[in-house]
Design a protein. Structure first.
Length: 80
């Protein structure tokens, strides 16, 4: 699990999230993980997106905020 800032800049664009927190869960292969989760009944938003730290899709969490599932392109902290 990764915790990311709610404000960032990438390729000249500014991104802000109105919440004070945002939960992100990492995976090694996002396409396979999305297929597996959907087969188990998980609800995910449509469309894979790319950002400065990897590819991601939002998972719908009923009664709470969406959570981000992403495949990182950055160095992993546990490998530094």
């Amino acid at each position: 699990m990764g915790v990311h800032p709610t404000h960032s800049e990438w390729e000249g664009k500014t991104y802000d999230h109105p919440r004070q927190h945002s939960i992100a869960i990492m995976c090694d292969d996002i396409e396979a993980t999305v297929d597996e989760l959907r087969a188990k009944g998980a609800q995910l938003r449509e469309g894979m997106e790319e950002c400065e730290y990897g590819r991601f899709i939002m998972m719908i969490v009923l009664g709470a905020d969406d959570m981000q599932l992403y495949q990182p392109t950055h160095k992993l902290a546990y490998n530094l």
